[in-house]
Design a protein around this ligand. Sequence first.
Ligand code: FEO
Length: 401
Amino acid sequence: MHPVEICKDVYWVGVVDWDCRDFHGYMTAPTGTTYNAFLIKDEKVALFDSVKAGHGGEMLCRLAHVVKPEEVDYLIVNHVEMDHSGELPALVARTKPEKIFTSPMGERALRAHFDCADWPIEVVKTGSTISLGKRTLQFLETRMLHWPDNMATYIPEDGVLISSDAFGQNWATSERFADEVNRSLLGKQLDRYFANIVLPFSPIAIKTIETIESMGLDIRCICPDHGLMFRTPDDVAWVIERYKELAAQKQKKKAVLVFDTMWHSTERMAQAIAGGLMEHGLSVKLMNLHMFDHSDVMEEVWDAAAVFVGSATHNNGMLPKVADMLTYMKGLKPKGKIGAAFGSYGWSGEAPKDIAAWLAEMGMDMPVDPIRLLFVPKHEQLAACTEMGRTIGKIVADKLG
Ligand code: FEO
Protein backbone atom coordinates (compact mmCIF):
# COMPACT_ATOMS: atom_id res chain seq x y z
CA MET A 1 0.00 0.00 0.00
CA HIS A 2 2.14 2.85 -1.28
CA PRO A 3 1.30 6.54 -1.34
CA VAL A 4 1.29 8.38 -4.67
CA GLU A 5 3.34 11.57 -4.89
CA ILE A 6 1.38 14.37 -6.52
CA CYS A 7 4.25 16.87 -6.36
CA LYS A 8 7.23 17.14 -4.05
CA ASP A 9 6.16 16.20 -0.50
CA VAL A 10 2.44 16.21 -1.39
CA TYR A 11 0.96 12.71 -1.42
CA TRP A 12 -2.30 10.87 -2.09
CA VAL A 13 -2.82 8.51 0.84
CA GLY A 14 -6.42 7.52 0.13
CA VAL A 15 -8.21 4.26 -0.44
CA VAL A 16 -9.71 2.59 -3.52
CA ASP A 17 -13.05 0.96 -2.69
CA TRP A 18 -13.47 -1.56 -5.49
CA ASP A 19 -16.56 -3.08 -3.82
CA CYS A 20 -18.61 0.07 -3.27
CA ARG A 21 -21.91 -0.08 -5.15
CA ASP A 22 -24.14 1.82 -2.73
CA PHE A 23 -22.84 5.38 -2.45
CA HIS A 24 -24.28 7.35 0.47
CA GLY A 25 -27.32 5.05 0.61
CA TYR A 26 -29.09 6.58 -2.39
CA MET A 27 -26.82 6.57 -5.44
CA THR A 28 -25.55 3.49 -7.22
CA ALA A 29 -21.85 3.38 -8.08
CA PRO A 30 -21.41 0.51 -10.56
CA THR A 31 -17.67 1.16 -10.92
CA GLY A 32 -16.80 1.56 -7.23
CA THR A 33 -15.21 4.69 -5.79
CA THR A 34 -12.20 6.07 -3.95
CA TYR A 35 -11.90 8.05 -0.72
CA ASN A 36 -9.05 10.43 -1.34
CA ALA A 37 -6.95 11.70 1.54
CA PHE A 38 -3.85 13.88 1.10
CA LEU A 39 -0.69 14.31 3.12
CA ILE A 40 1.71 17.25 3.03
CA LYS A 41 5.12 16.86 4.59
CA ASP A 42 6.51 20.27 5.52
CA GLU A 43 7.81 21.73 8.77
CA LYS A 44 4.31 20.88 9.92
CA VAL A 45 2.74 17.68 8.61
CA ALA A 46 -0.88 18.03 7.49
CA LEU A 47 -3.40 15.34 6.60
CA PHE A 48 -6.45 16.32 4.58
CA ASP A 49 -9.61 14.40 5.29
CA SER A 50 -9.95 10.83 6.33
CA VAL A 51 -11.71 7.83 4.82
CA LYS A 52 -14.87 5.78 5.30
CA ALA A 53 -15.01 3.62 8.43
CA GLY A 54 -13.32 0.28 7.88
CA HIS A 55 -10.68 1.63 5.49
CA GLY A 56 -8.43 3.37 8.02
CA GLY A 57 -5.75 0.67 8.07
CA GLU A 58 -5.12 1.05 4.35
CA MET A 59 -4.85 4.83 4.64
CA LEU A 60 -2.45 4.63 7.59
CA CYS A 61 -0.35 2.05 5.76
CA ARG A 62 0.14 4.47 2.85
CA LEU A 63 0.77 7.38 5.21
CA ALA A 64 3.38 5.41 7.17
CA HIS A 65 5.58 5.23 4.06
CA VAL A 66 6.05 9.01 4.42
CA VAL A 67 5.76 9.82 8.16
CA LYS A 68 4.88 8.04 11.36
CA PRO A 69 1.19 8.63 12.22
CA GLU A 70 2.18 10.44 15.42
CA GLU A 71 4.19 12.93 13.33
CA VAL A 72 0.98 14.35 11.82
CA ASP A 73 0.53 17.84 13.31
CA TYR A 74 -2.62 19.09 11.62
CA LEU A 75 -5.79 17.40 10.46
CA ILE A 76 -7.75 19.39 7.89
CA VAL A 77 -11.42 18.40 7.79
CA ASN A 78 -12.66 19.73 4.47
CA HIS A 79 -15.89 17.74 4.78
CA VAL A 80 -17.56 15.87 7.62
CA GLU A 81 -19.70 13.44 5.61
CA MET A 82 -18.97 9.92 6.87
CA ASP A 83 -17.12 8.77 3.73
CA HIS A 84 -14.46 11.32 4.73
CA SER A 85 -14.73 11.25 8.50
CA GLY A 86 -15.64 7.69 9.44
CA GLU A 87 -12.07 6.99 10.53
CA LEU A 88 -11.56 10.39 12.14
CA PRO A 89 -12.01 9.33 15.80
CA ALA A 90 -9.43 6.55 15.38
CA LEU A 91 -7.14 8.93 13.53
CA VAL A 92 -7.37 11.61 16.23
CA ALA A 93 -6.60 9.00 18.89
CA ARG A 94 -3.62 7.71 16.92
CA THR A 95 -2.07 10.96 15.71
CA LYS A 96 -2.97 13.24 18.66
CA PRO A 97 -2.96 16.28 16.34
CA GLU A 98 -1.90 19.69 17.53
CA LYS A 99 -4.85 21.21 15.68
CA ILE A 100 -7.89 20.15 13.64
CA PHE A 101 -8.93 22.81 11.13
CA THR A 102 -12.45 22.93 9.76
CA SER A 103 -15.07 25.42 8.56
CA PRO A 104 -17.66 26.96 10.93
CA MET A 105 -20.29 24.51 9.67
CA GLY A 106 -17.67 21.79 9.85
CA GLU A 107 -17.25 22.41 13.56
CA ARG A 108 -21.00 22.18 14.05
CA ALA A 109 -21.15 18.93 12.09
CA LEU A 110 -18.15 17.43 13.90
CA ARG A 111 -19.74 18.09 17.28
CA ALA A 112 -23.00 16.50 16.08
CA HIS A 113 -21.23 13.42 14.71
CA PHE A 114 -18.60 12.69 17.33
CA ASP A 115 -17.86 12.89 21.02
CA CYS A 116 -15.14 15.44 20.36
CA ALA A 117 -15.23 17.96 23.22
CA ASP A 118 -11.49 17.47 23.82
CA TRP A 119 -10.43 17.65 20.16
CA PRO A 120 -8.26 20.71 19.35
CA ILE A 121 -10.69 22.08 16.76
CA GLU A 122 -9.90 25.47 15.22
CA VAL A 123 -12.38 27.13 12.88
CA VAL A 124 -11.17 28.61 9.60
CA LYS A 125 -13.19 30.63 7.10
CA THR A 126 -12.88 31.75 3.50
CA GLY A 127 -9.69 33.79 3.33
CA SER A 128 -8.11 32.20 6.43
CA THR A 129 -4.53 31.03 5.90
CA ILE A 130 -2.12 28.94 7.92
CA SER A 131 1.52 28.21 7.32
CA LEU A 132 3.05 24.75 7.24
CA GLY A 133 6.56 26.18 6.92
CA LYS A 134 7.43 26.46 3.23
CA ARG A 135 3.79 26.19 2.26
CA THR A 136 0.59 28.10 2.95
CA LEU A 137 -2.91 26.67 3.20
CA GLN A 138 -5.64 29.00 1.95
CA PHE A 139 -9.18 27.99 2.84
CA LEU A 140 -12.28 28.57 0.73
CA GLU A 141 -15.70 27.57 2.05
CA THR A 142 -17.72 25.80 -0.64
CA ARG A 143 -21.03 25.61 1.22
CA MET A 144 -23.57 23.16 -0.24
CA LEU A 145 -21.03 21.51 -2.53
CA HIS A 146 -22.56 19.43 -1.36
CA TRP A 147 -23.04 19.86 2.40
CA PRO A 148 -23.05 23.13 4.34
CA ASP A 149 -19.62 22.32 5.82
CA ASN A 150 -17.66 21.68 2.64
CA MET A 151 -14.52 23.71 2.08
CA ALA A 152 -11.60 23.56 -0.34
CA THR A 153 -7.95 24.19 0.43
CA TYR A 154 -5.53 25.85 -1.99
CA ILE A 155 -1.77 25.56 -1.67
CA PRO A 156 -0.32 28.43 -3.75
CA GLU A 157 3.31 27.24 -3.62
CA ASP A 158 2.33 24.01 -5.42
CA GLY A 159 -0.75 25.27 -7.29
CA VAL A 160 -2.73 22.41 -5.71
CA LEU A 161 -6.47 22.76 -5.05
CA ILE A 162 -7.87 20.11 -2.71
CA SER A 163 -11.47 20.50 -3.80
CA SER A 164 -13.44 18.15 -1.52
CA ASP A 165 -16.58 16.77 -3.25
CA ALA A 166 -16.35 19.22 -6.18
CA PHE A 167 -14.90 17.63 -9.37
CA GLY A 168 -15.30 14.14 -7.85
CA GLN A 169 -16.19 10.93 -9.63
CA ASN A 170 -17.04 7.44 -8.43
CA TRP A 171 -14.50 5.28 -10.22
CA ALA A 172 -12.28 2.67 -8.64
CA THR A 173 -9.08 2.49 -10.70
CA SER A 174 -5.44 1.67 -10.19
CA GLU A 175 -4.63 4.96 -11.97
CA ARG A 176 -4.74 8.12 -9.88
CA PHE A 177 -4.56 10.86 -12.53
CA ALA A 178 -6.92 11.90 -15.31
CA ASP A 179 -4.13 11.81 -17.91
CA GLU A 180 -3.75 8.06 -17.30
CA VAL A 181 -7.32 7.09 -18.24
CA ASN A 182 -9.71 7.46 -21.16
CA ARG A 183 -11.22 10.97 -21.00
CA SER A 184 -14.64 9.95 -22.39
CA LEU A 185 -15.03 7.34 -19.67
CA LEU A 186 -13.87 9.82 -17.06
CA GLY A 187 -16.35 12.42 -18.36
CA LYS A 188 -19.17 9.92 -17.94
CA GLN A 189 -18.20 9.34 -14.31
CA LEU A 190 -17.93 13.06 -13.68
CA ASP A 191 -21.40 13.60 -15.19
CA ARG A 192 -22.92 10.77 -13.17
CA TYR A 193 -21.51 12.10 -9.91
CA PHE A 194 -22.63 15.67 -10.63
CA ALA A 195 -26.12 14.64 -11.80
CA ASN A 196 -26.74 12.51 -8.73
CA ILE A 197 -25.07 14.58 -6.02
CA VAL A 198 -24.43 18.18 -7.02
CA LEU A 199 -27.29 18.95 -9.45
CA PRO A 200 -29.60 20.73 -6.95
CA PHE A 201 -26.70 23.00 -6.03
CA SER A 202 -25.83 23.95 -9.62
CA PRO A 203 -26.14 27.73 -9.02
CA ILE A 204 -23.70 27.39 -6.11
CA ALA A 205 -21.28 25.41 -8.30
CA ILE A 206 -21.37 28.21 -10.90
CA LYS A 207 -20.78 30.85 -8.21
CA THR A 208 -17.90 28.89 -6.70
CA ILE A 209 -16.16 28.51 -10.06
CA GLU A 210 -16.65 32.23 -10.71
CA THR A 211 -15.16 33.00 -7.28
CA ILE A 212 -12.15 30.76 -7.92
CA GLU A 213 -11.63 32.34 -11.35
CA SER A 214 -11.91 35.86 -9.94
CA MET A 215 -9.25 35.03 -7.34
CA GLY A 216 -6.83 34.38 -10.22
CA LEU A 217 -5.46 31.24 -8.60
CA ASP A 218 -2.70 29.46 -10.48
CA ILE A 219 -4.30 26.01 -10.28
CA ARG A 220 -1.91 23.35 -11.54
CA CYS A 221 -3.55 20.35 -9.93
CA ILE A 222 -7.12 19.66 -8.75
CA CYS A 223 -7.45 16.93 -6.14
CA PRO A 224 -11.07 15.96 -5.42
CA ASP A 225 -12.09 13.66 -2.56
CA HIS A 226 -13.33 10.96 -4.96
CA GLY A 227 -11.83 9.54 -8.12
CA LEU A 228 -9.06 10.75 -10.39
CA MET A 229 -6.93 13.88 -9.89
CA PHE A 230 -6.24 16.47 -12.61
CA ARG A 231 -2.58 17.47 -12.94
CA THR A 232 -2.01 18.65 -16.53
CA PRO A 233 -2.98 22.17 -17.72
CA ASP A 234 -5.23 20.54 -20.32
CA ASP A 235 -7.02 18.35 -17.77
CA VAL A 236 -7.43 21.22 -15.27
CA ALA A 237 -8.98 23.43 -17.98
CA TRP A 238 -11.12 20.52 -19.24
CA VAL A 239 -12.64 19.63 -15.88
CA ILE A 240 -13.44 23.27 -15.03
CA GLU A 241 -15.17 23.77 -18.41
CA ARG A 242 -17.06 20.49 -18.02
CA TYR A 243 -18.23 21.56 -14.57
CA LYS A 244 -19.49 24.83 -15.99
CA GLU A 245 -21.55 22.90 -18.56
CA LEU A 246 -22.87 20.54 -15.91
CA ALA A 247 -23.78 23.39 -13.56
CA ALA A 248 -25.47 25.29 -16.41
CA GLN A 249 -27.38 22.05 -17.22
CA LYS A 250 -26.57 22.79 -20.85
CA GLN A 251 -29.17 20.92 -22.88
CA LYS A 252 -28.68 18.70 -25.91
CA LYS A 253 -31.27 17.79 -28.53
CA LYS A 254 -32.06 14.76 -26.47
CA ALA A 255 -35.06 13.12 -24.80
CA VAL A 256 -35.15 10.54 -22.04
CA LEU A 257 -38.10 8.13 -21.96
CA VAL A 258 -38.21 6.41 -18.62
CA PHE A 259 -40.93 3.90 -17.82
CA ASP A 260 -42.07 0.77 -16.08
CA THR A 261 -44.29 -1.70 -17.85
CA MET A 262 -46.27 -4.81 -16.85
CA TRP A 263 -47.11 -6.56 -20.13
CA HIS A 264 -45.09 -4.35 -22.53
CA SER A 265 -47.96 -2.02 -23.55
CA THR A 266 -46.37 1.03 -21.87
CA GLU A 267 -43.03 -0.02 -23.38
CA ARG A 268 -44.58 -0.04 -26.87
CA MET A 269 -45.98 3.44 -26.23
CA ALA A 270 -42.45 4.60 -25.33
CA GLN A 271 -41.09 3.15 -28.56
CA ALA A 272 -43.80 4.89 -30.59
CA ILE A 273 -43.11 8.25 -28.88
CA ALA A 274 -39.37 7.77 -29.56
CA GLY A 275 -40.14 7.35 -33.28
CA GLY A 276 -41.82 10.78 -33.36
CA LEU A 277 -38.93 12.41 -31.51
CA MET A 278 -36.37 10.91 -33.87
CA GLU A 279 -38.21 12.35 -36.87
CA HIS A 280 -37.06 15.73 -35.56
CA GLY A 281 -33.48 14.58 -35.11
CA LEU A 282 -33.54 14.08 -31.34
CA SER A 283 -31.27 11.59 -29.68
CA VAL A 284 -33.47 9.37 -27.52
CA LYS A 285 -32.74 7.19 -24.55
CA LEU A 286 -35.30 4.55 -23.60
CA MET A 287 -34.88 3.51 -19.99
CA ASN A 288 -36.94 0.60 -18.73
CA LEU A 289 -36.74 0.78 -14.94
CA HIS A 290 -36.25 -2.99 -14.80
CA MET A 291 -32.89 -2.43 -16.52
CA PHE A 292 -31.91 1.03 -15.23
CA ASP A 293 -32.04 2.52 -11.73
CA HIS A 294 -32.71 6.10 -10.69
CA SER A 295 -29.00 7.03 -10.73
CA ASP A 296 -28.69 5.78 -14.35
CA VAL A 297 -31.73 7.89 -15.23
CA MET A 298 -30.31 11.10 -13.72
CA GLU A 299 -27.02 10.57 -15.55
CA GLU A 300 -29.05 10.94 -18.76
CA VAL A 301 -31.61 13.51 -17.62
CA TRP A 302 -29.28 16.39 -16.67
CA ASP A 303 -28.55 17.38 -20.31
CA ALA A 304 -31.83 16.23 -21.89
CA ALA A 305 -34.32 18.78 -23.21
CA ALA A 306 -37.35 16.53 -22.65
CA VAL A 307 -38.30 13.88 -20.10
CA PHE A 308 -41.13 11.43 -20.79
CA VAL A 309 -42.29 9.27 -17.90
CA GLY A 310 -44.55 6.27 -18.37
CA SER A 311 -46.21 3.74 -16.12
CA ALA A 312 -48.90 1.12 -16.26
CA THR A 313 -51.57 1.78 -13.62
CA HIS A 314 -51.36 -0.62 -10.71
CA ASN A 315 -53.73 -0.50 -7.72
CA ASN A 316 -54.96 2.97 -8.75
CA GLY A 317 -51.50 4.48 -9.00
CA MET A 318 -48.13 4.33 -10.75
CA LEU A 319 -45.79 1.37 -10.45
CA PRO A 320 -43.42 1.57 -7.45
CA LYS A 321 -40.20 1.89 -9.47
CA VAL A 322 -41.68 4.96 -11.19
CA ALA A 323 -42.64 6.51 -7.85
CA ASP A 324 -39.08 5.87 -6.60
CA MET A 325 -37.56 7.48 -9.67
CA LEU A 326 -39.86 10.55 -9.54
CA THR A 327 -39.14 11.08 -5.83
CA TYR A 328 -35.41 10.95 -6.54
CA MET A 329 -35.64 13.18 -9.62
CA LYS A 330 -37.74 15.79 -7.81
CA GLY A 331 -35.12 16.14 -5.07
CA LEU A 332 -32.37 16.72 -7.63
CA LYS A 333 -34.32 19.65 -9.17
CA PRO A 334 -33.51 19.32 -12.89
CA LYS A 335 -34.07 22.67 -14.60
CA GLY A 336 -35.73 23.81 -17.82
CA LYS A 337 -37.15 20.50 -19.06
CA ILE A 338 -40.21 19.71 -21.14
CA GLY A 339 -42.19 16.89 -19.54
CA ALA A 340 -44.83 14.41 -20.71
CA ALA A 341 -46.59 11.36 -19.27
CA PHE A 342 -48.03 8.17 -20.72
CA GLY A 343 -49.12 4.66 -19.79
CA SER A 344 -51.55 1.81 -20.31
CA TYR A 345 -54.21 0.67 -17.85
CA GLY A 346 -56.73 -2.09 -17.28
CA TRP A 347 -59.62 -0.46 -15.41
CA SER A 348 -58.89 2.77 -13.50
CA GLY A 349 -55.89 4.41 -15.28
CA GLU A 350 -54.67 7.08 -12.83
CA ALA A 351 -50.91 6.74 -13.42
CA PRO A 352 -50.33 9.10 -16.41
CA LYS A 353 -52.32 11.92 -14.79
CA ASP A 354 -50.50 11.45 -11.49
CA ILE A 355 -47.12 11.44 -13.24
CA ALA A 356 -48.02 14.59 -15.20
CA ALA A 357 -48.93 16.36 -11.95
CA TRP A 358 -45.60 15.35 -10.43
CA LEU A 359 -43.59 16.56 -13.46
CA ALA A 360 -45.51 19.87 -13.47
CA GLU A 361 -44.70 20.27 -9.78
CA MET A 362 -41.01 19.93 -10.70
CA GLY A 363 -41.46 23.00 -12.90
CA MET A 364 -41.44 21.13 -16.21
CA ASP A 365 -43.24 22.66 -19.16
CA MET A 366 -46.07 20.24 -20.10
CA PRO A 367 -47.17 21.14 -23.64
CA VAL A 368 -49.09 17.89 -24.34
CA ASP A 369 -51.81 16.14 -22.31
CA PRO A 370 -50.90 12.73 -20.87
CA ILE A 371 -51.75 9.75 -23.05
CA ARG A 372 -53.35 6.67 -21.55
CA LEU A 373 -54.77 3.64 -23.33
CA LEU A 374 -56.73 0.52 -22.37
CA PHE A 375 -54.70 -2.69 -22.06
CA VAL A 376 -52.93 -3.24 -25.40
CA PRO A 377 -52.21 -0.41 -27.88
CA LYS A 378 -53.97 -0.43 -31.24
CA HIS A 379 -52.36 0.98 -34.36
CA GLU A 380 -54.13 4.36 -34.09
CA GLN A 381 -53.22 4.67 -30.42
CA LEU A 382 -49.56 4.11 -31.22
CA ALA A 383 -49.93 6.74 -33.95
CA ALA A 384 -51.15 9.17 -31.26
CA CYS A 385 -48.02 8.36 -29.21
CA THR A 386 -45.81 9.02 -32.24
CA GLU A 387 -47.63 12.32 -32.71
CA MET A 388 -46.88 13.22 -29.10
CA GLY A 389 -43.20 12.56 -29.84
CA ARG A 390 -43.38 14.66 -33.03
CA THR A 391 -45.00 17.60 -31.24
CA ILE A 392 -42.40 17.73 -28.48
CA GLY A 393 -39.58 16.86 -30.90
CA LYS A 394 -40.49 19.92 -32.97
CA ILE A 395 -40.54 22.19 -29.91
CA VAL A 396 -37.06 20.96 -28.94
CA ALA A 397 -35.69 21.17 -32.48
CA ASP A 398 -37.04 24.73 -32.86
CA LYS A 399 -35.43 25.71 -29.57
CA LEU A 400 -32.04 24.02 -29.93
CA GLY A 401 -31.65 23.89 -33.72
FE1 FEO B 1 -17.85 12.45 -0.53
FE2 FEO B 1 -20.30 14.67 0.53
O1 FEO B 1 -19.17 13.16 0.63
